[in-house]
Design a protein around this ligand. Structure first.
Ligand code: ZN
Length: 305
């Protein structure tokens, strides 16, 4: 009897996870990817996001419910470049969904085709560097968001040919919106071009490259390694020397540490998120998120408002 009950519960769970009829069932690893998937898929897809917007994408709390979601998915959208290497492969193994196997058309590794930065000449994880395959935080450059949107569009078209025109039209809408916004964002940040910034974690490199900031001082001695007093002392000295005025901090990092460094250097802590929903006012998706980041940086460096 107990067994029967367990089976019924599993069947019900399965039914709950099934998408509405005819819709593509999409799982995205992080909320930025989910947001772009929604822009393209609109009401022709159902999207589930695994990581919370306030969660470190390198260290996501892998819940058993994720396995059920992956088991029922038609498409998996992941960042790749080893961003999810600490938590996704084991879930995929357990989900036993051949549609999402690496290399299968339902498995979209968005980093493919993105010119990754800081790719080491030799792979070395021995020193705890979680960016061993290059910097995986490429989506904070809007040009890369367009490339990812195109990649996702092709995957959706392949899985759901009858909606291909719809997906391609949405891609054009998203791309046009990014192009229009890019001009605005560049204009807002133009007065600060060439300035140096610090960051807690090396997650803003691509943003810096796009908008002309040098972001090369990090509170973490290496990506994923917590700050040490010795390292922070060096960062503080360099920040004073170079008159660095801002420290970018993601919501899941230790803001208190950044505040201490800011107090000692006269810099401002700039609260930013890579993920829609990571901060108030960014829930609307990728474009509101970038709006927020651009304005937060401009406000901190402009010293007004
Ligand atoms: Zn990272």
């Amino acid at each position: 009897m107990k067994q029967l009950k367990a089976i019924i519960v599993l069947l019900l769970l399965g039914a709950l996870c099934q998408p509405a009829l005819g819709k593509l069932n999409v799982v995205a690893t992080t909320p930025d990817l989910a947001s772009i998937a929604r822009e393209i898929g609109g009401d022709h897809i159902d999207v589930t996001t695994l990581a919370k917007p306030t969660e470190d994408p390198h260290f996501v709390d892998a819940k058993p419910s994720f396995i059920v979601k992956l088991n029922h998915a038609d498409v998996l959208v992941e960042g790749g470049a080893e961003l999810e290497i600490g938590w996704l492969p084991a879930l995929l193994d357990q989900a036993r969904n051949s549609k999402l196997a690496p290399g299968a058309p339902g498995h979209v590794a968005c980093a493919q085709g993105i010119p990754l930065l800081e790719v080491p000449s030799t792979l070395d994880r021995s020193r705890g560097d979680i960016h061993a395959a290059g910097n995986p935080h490429y989506l904070v450059d809007p040009a890369n968001a367009k490339a990812v949107a195109a990649h996702i569009t092709e995957a959706f078209c392949a899985q759901d040919e009858k909606s291909a025109d719809y997906y391609r039209a949405n891609l054009k809408k998203f791309t046009d919106a990014i192009d229009a916004k890019l001009n605005e964002w560049e204009r807002v940040l133009a007065p600060f071009k060439g300035q140096q910034l610090a960051a807690y974690h090396n997650s803003w490199l691509y943003f810096g490259n796009r908008f002309g900031f040098k972001i090369d001082l990090f509170l973490e001695p290496k990506p994923g390694i917590p700050p040490t007093p010795t390292h922070l002392a060096e960062v503080i000295t360099k920040m004073r020397q170079d008159k660095v005025r801002g420290i970018l901090v993601d919501p899941y990092l230790n803001r208190r540490t950044a505040e201490t460094v800011a107090e000692k250097t006269g810099a401002t802590v700039i609260d930013v998120s890579q993920f829609p929903g990571g901060m108030k006012g960014t829930e609307g998706g990728y474009i509101p998120l970038l709006d927020h980041v651009v304005n937060a940086v401009a406000r901190a460096l402009g010293g007004s408002k």
